[in-house]
Write a protein that binds this ligand. Sequence first.
Ligand SMILES: [Zn+2]
Ligand SMILES: [Zn+2]
Length: 391
Amino acid sequence: MTLNIRPEIAAIESEIIDIRRDIHMHPEQGFEEHRTAALVAKKLRSLGIHVLEKVGKTGVIGDLVGKYPGPTIALRADMDALPIQETGDIPYKSKNKGVMHACGHDGHTAILLGVARVLSEQKNFLHGRLRFIFQPSEEKDGGATYMIDDGCLDGVDEIYGIHLWNYSKFGEIGSRPGAVLAATDSLKILVKGVGGHGAMPQGTVDSIMVSANLINALQTIVSRNMDPLESAVVTVGTIHGGDNHNVIASSVKMEGTVRAFSKKISGQITDRIRQIARGIETAFGATIELDIESGYPATVNDPKLFEVLMKAAGKVVGDGARIITPFMGGEDFAYYAQKVPGCFFFIGSSPKGLPPGTVPHHCSHFDFDEKALLVGASVLLELVEIRSVIS
Ligand SMILES: [Zn+2]
Ligand SMILES: [Zn+2]
């Protein structure tokens, strides 16, 4: 594997890793990133970067204004952690009970601060402006939308987003033109029947039996209604109903998720869910309440920016720059990419010696290969240079 870590990044390796570990030890959940945001703001200010705090509640924006006119390029990191108790035995283990950086957002913040440090030293050669976006609450509530509402994309010509990725080998950079991550919709279902004696079903409407039929029917949406060349998922993830073995349950609650790569497809699926629910109601005499909430839209990469990324990634990781198949996960970077051309990419970070996917994201012993921070930062530097912002 050819790896060309930029020398300016290699020179600050320990600083980048120290920042990552500091943030890892002090994780904060969405919209509570006060310490993290203060750390980011302090660091940016020390680099002579113009800082705006409390953007999108707890987000931070840093603007590095160049000497010459030119485009505004935004680079985005997320700062939030997850409600997970860390179980791994590492020297920089979380000090906050029940909260953990289990997705790598600590690394994203460290990467972006490293890139800001290097670029701040090249201010006199900079054309245009670089905007460093540190957003809150990616894992829940879509912190990106709060940042956008507070104007973080004003004047921005293009935006890039990063994600460390343990499902890819260290030394790989993956992305694709078009949809790269799915649109997510969440589903709440309440089936209301008529309870009664378990031995005398006459006169009852068994909500458990109705739910069983509903789940089966929902699972025909992807297999029977969708174009087989489209990708979609309908998952019923929870089901709760009944208290006694000999009582017919009067109600059942279920929750689920719908994933697709376009609003059109997710709209078709949710329409079909409603139709099926009405049909099952009629067939069994039950009432089915549906609460379908739109989550993050699909993350769609601009094809031109994707080309730029592949060029930049190629300089750092050679043939480790890969076009990947899209993932069914969701990302609120999607909101930025709806407003301005954007490109989101994955930085292979599978821990040393372990096959990709062995240490999954959102697990309580999550960790990643910290050398991936240098890879990610180097790719961002190359990106900025390709966009001719430095000369
Ligand atoms: Zn995550
Ligand atoms: Zn994440």
